[in-house]
Design a protein around this ligand. Structure first.
Ligand code: PEP
Ligand code: MG
Length: 910
């Protein structure tokens, strides 16, 4: 006999062996089934095959060594626990085979139910389901054959890639032959006939008979679940939700329980609080005499869970008890799936439930009140993306707008757009820049592309837990589901509501909070959260649970965060708004934005000046304008630092377009007009023309080439600061030099600036700092030298990304990033979220070497990444002093900076 020399890798866990913290290995569903089993809740027995087994299978195309044996052993225990054998002709054990990844991916991967049924065991199932009750035998036969046809259908489609519509057509044919439109009118004989038809379809597409051997069914179903990890829709969903591609899915093999055994059976989904608003209570949907997938798929309309109290009080009370227990145990909103089989309650799933952004804040606040979590934990329970969502506007409604239908507010927000009926059309129109509302009877996972492209989703069927609702909430998309007054006709691309016909391209507006649907475009109003940030809603006095929760959590984030948050603003109005949003200074005032409109011509004159006199005249005209700009900003930011960046336009933005000018001159010459001046202009523009303006004469280079330009700006800044300070406010200017790559560039600018500052400031008490942007890779790599001449660094991560990757920032995202995302070269554009490994490394090196050379060096970031949640965490880790972002992102950055400060265990609040 061979002895086992090495310890075999464990790929299969009985539910009793797992727990909720093993999500990485057992997937969310498996880990939570284990947790519920260990809590003693009524979970059907089963086992979980690990994500490691899936990864091994996906890597090699074969089940790893030892897996088959471990499955056999666990199956034997399961059979023993149930007192039945898989596929036994007399009294068969049936199992479900379900996917379950670390992060929930609703409907994206495969499930096969009723595994173990074959031509013989279907008879046994009918006998067992009928029991002693003769009257039920007809129903039991029907139930058994219906279960068998569902197995062939699901197995055929998922495991063997038989086109699903062939089964649908055969089902339609059977109903037509019977003269009915309802599945429930098909009797046992009809379904037996349907099983034959399904088997023929199966044979036609696979060249083999439907497998009769239960273990073979099981093994093939497990394989199909493994493979569904890489199905197109799953890949797309992961990319959208930023779920890593290499986690794999676990597979749960669970003894089947049946919700479709008659009126005393049923199935449902429930939440321990309202996942839309966060309100306390029991929320859910129940469907009597149905199998689990029917609820989630939104195929039949459900009843509110409270109805169950009337239908089956014992199960209802037991369910409520379990729900309270789960909430206390998980210390969070739980969502559950359950089945009642002939009056016996079974828990099929639980997890910490997805929720809307508003509910996330409200629930976190409630849980603190209830003493279940502390405020640090509350910060884990929300995130910046949710806060950003709450800052979206809502509809402004007056009597003019009457809803034409009301469905369920499945995912909040306000969306208007052109009606489309197919995913493909949604994608097409969105690519042309149109806002679209995807209208369907119900969505299914194949609609994912269209849902991503659409502004909002409207369905005529399905509840809060339908596919459309769950997926839309996860994406933060506005969704109204179950608007059943709407009669949707997809082939004709129209819907009818209240006698009116709406065709593709008409505009509708949907409110995902109230569930109301309007014809035409409804104007929008700001969110309450924005009103709170603006100071027009006082959280102490307003009766609004959301505003109070946001206030409380934001206050805690502010108390905990180490990073300061500044804003990018170059007008007084933006500065004022950002300050109300909590900005603690300006991190980037882009002065080139002050030269647009009327002033453009002055800059053009300056750049093209033929002699000193022309140049000085242009500068003299600019100086008072600039001084007034800065005075306004310093006044708004009284007492706070204001980083003013010296001018940094790519040159072409200020020059007339070369081709246009050349054509004008040629036409004028042709007409014999006097074009001496235009010719001189054309010659100058030709001289200055650049092939790569973003790598050309901009930033510090421009300042060094055009005498007096930076000097004028420095003078305007210093004079404005003195004026404001003399008027009783406090101006704290920080002059920032852009695009520095070598310390010598900075030293040259600095020497001139210091002279002017000393001259202007005198004894006014104004202090002006001089620093630089770090946005050229060479600057990052020579930060130690540059720090000798800089009092602060601000990372310009836009240019640092552009030059670090060699990606033209104005072109690449639209041109080819789709392919890079598809190939997984990166999961998100590096212009959106900092590339930690590459560009982030440059930041890290510069921060370390800069501080080593000058310990008091102030460090910040003012590229777009300063307001990106993920990136804020990175800047916290690197030890920057502040992030700076656009005014609207200031609250998001404050929240994320707070979360970064308490997030020491790397946990994920997804
Ligand atoms: C940057 O490059 O990150 C930056 C803030 O400067 P700009 O976007 O103006 O080039
Ligand atoms: Mg830049």
């Amino acid at each position: 006999m061979a002895t086992q020399e090495t310890v075999e890798h464990k790929y299969v866990y009985a539910f009793a062996e797992g727990n909720k913290d093993l999500k990485e290995l057992l997937g969310g569903k498996g880990a939570n089934l284990a947790e519920m089993t260990n809590l003693g809740l009524p979970v059907p027995p089963g086992f979980t095959i690990t994500t490691e087994a899936c990864k091994a299978y996906l890597a090699t195309g074969e089940e790893p060594d030892g897996l088959a044996g471990q499955i056999a052993a666990h199956l034997a225990s399961l059979e023993q626990a149930m007192g039945k054998r898989l596929g036994d002709p007399e009294d068969p054990l049936l199992v479900s085979v379900r996917s379950g990844a670390k992060f929930s991916m609703p409907g994206m991967m495969e499930t096969v139910l009723n595994v173990g049924l074959n031509d013989r065991s279907v008879q046994g199932l009918a006998r067992q389901a009928g029991g002693a009750d003769q009257q039920a035998t007809g129903g039991a036969d029907r139930f058994a054959w219906d279960s068998y046809r569902r197995l062939i259908q699901m197995f055929g489609k998922t495991v063997c890639e038989v086109p699903g519509e062939e089964f649908e057509h055969a089902l339609d044919d059977a109903k037509r032959a019977k003269g009915t439109g309802n599945d429930l009118d098909l009797d046992a004989d009809d379904l037996r006939g349907l099983v034959d038809a399904y088997k023929k379809i199966f044979f036609k597409h696979t060249g083999r008979e439907f497998p009769q051997e239960p273990r073979e069914q099981l093994d093939l179903a497990i394989r199909a679940v493994f493979e569904s990890w890489n199905a197109e829709r799953a890949v797309l969903y992961r990319r959208q939700e930023r779920i890593p591609a290499d986690l794999g899915t676990a597979v749960n093999v669970v003894a089947m329980v049946f919700g479709n055994l008659g009126p005393d059976s049923g199935t449902g989904v429930a939440f321990t609080r309202d996942p839309a608003s966060g309100a306390q209570g029991i929320y859910g949907d129940y469907l009597a005499n149905a199998q689990g997938e029917d609820v989630v798929a939104g195929i039949r309309n459900t009843v509110p869970l409270q109805e169950l109290e009337r239908l089956d009080k014992k199960s209802y009370d037991e369910l409520l008890g379990i729900m309270a227990r789960l909430e206390g145990h998980y210390k969070d909103l739980c969502d559950i799936e359950f089945t009642i089989e002939r009056g016996k309650l079974w828990m099929l799933q639980t997890r910490v439930g997805k929720r809307t952004a508003a509910a996330a804040f409200v629930i976190a606040g409630q849980l603190v009140d209830e003493g279940l979590i502390d405020l640090d934990e509350a910060l884990h329970r929300v995130n910046g993306a949710q806060l950003a969502q709450l800052m979206f506007p809502r509809f402004r409604l007056d009597h003019e707008f009457q809803p034409v239908a009301k469905g369920i507010g499945a995912s909040p927000g306000a969306a208007s757009g052109k009606v489309v009926f197919t995913s493909a059309r949604a994608v097409e129109l969105a690519a042309e820049g149109e806002s679209v509302i995807l209208v369907r009877r119900e969505t299914n996972p194949d609609d994912l592309n269209g849902m991503i492209a659409a502004q909002g989703i409207l369905t005529s069927r399905g509840g809060k837990t339908s596919h459309a609702a769950v997926v839309a909430r996860g994406m933060g998309k506005t969704c109204v589901s179950g608007a059943d007054e709407i009669d949707v006709n997809v082939p004709q691309r129209r819907f009818v509501v209240g006698g009116q016909t709406v065709v593709e391209g008409d505009i509708v507006s949907i409110d995902g909070t109230t569930g109301k649907v309007y014809l035409g475009e409804v104007p929008v109003m700001p969110s309450e959260v924005v009103q709170y940030f603006e100071g027009s809603l006082d959280p102490e006095h307003v009766d609004n649970a959301l505003v109070r929760a946001v206030h409380r959590i934001m206050s805690h984030a502010d108390a905990r965060r180490r990073l300061a948050v500044r804003t990018n603003a170059d007008t007084g109005a933006d500065a004022a708004r950002a300050r109300r949003f909590g900005a603690e200074g300006i991190g980037l005032c882009r002065t080139e934005h002050m030269f647009l409109g009327d002033r453009r011509e002055l800059v053009e004159r300056l750049i093209l000046a033929r002699d000193n006199a022309e140049r000085e005249a242009a500068l003299a005209a600019l100086l008072p304008l600039q001084r007034a700009d800065f005075e306004e900003i310093f006044r708004e930011m009284d007492g706070m630092p204001v980083t003013v960046r010296l001018i940094d336009p790519p040159l072409h933005e200020f020059l007339p377009p070369l081709e246009q000018l050349a054509v004008n001159v040629a036409v004028a010459q042709e007409r014999g007009e006097d074009v001496a001046q235009e010719e001189a202009l054309l010659a100058a523009v030709r001289r200055m023309h650049e092939e790569n303006p973003m790598l050309g004469l901009r930033g510090v280079r421009l300042g060094l080439v055009i005498p007096g330009l930076f000097a004028m700006q420095v003078r305007a800044i210093a004079e404005a600061a003195v004026t404001v300070t003399r008027s009783g406010a406090v101006a704290r200017p920080e002059i920032m030099v852009p695009l520095v790559g070598a310390v010598q560039e900075l030293e040259t600018v600095r020497a001139e600036a210091e002279k002017i500052i000393a001259e202007v400031v005198g004894d006014s008490g104004v202090e002006v700092l001089i620093g630089t942007m770090i946005e050229v890779p060479r600057a990052a790599l020579t930060a130690g030298q540059i720090a000798e001449a800089a009092q602060f660094f601000s990372f310009g991560t836009n240019d640092l990304t552009q030059m670090g990757w060699g990606f033209s920032r104005d072109d690449v995202e639209g041109a080819f990033f789709w392919r890079y995302l598809e190939l997984g070269i990166f999961g998100i554009s590096p212009f959106e979220s900092i590339d930690r490994d590459g560009v982030g490394r440059l930041v890290r090196i510069a921060a370390e070497e800069g501080r080593a050379a000058r310990p008091e060096l102030k460090l910040g970031v003012c590229g777009e990444h300063g307001g990106d949640p993920e990136s804020v965490h990175f800047f916290h880790e690197v030890g920057l002093d502040y992030v700076s972002c656009s005014p609207f992102r200031v609250p998001v950055a404050r929240l994320e900076a707070g979360r970064a400060a308490v997030q020491t265990d790397g946990s994920d609040s997804r």
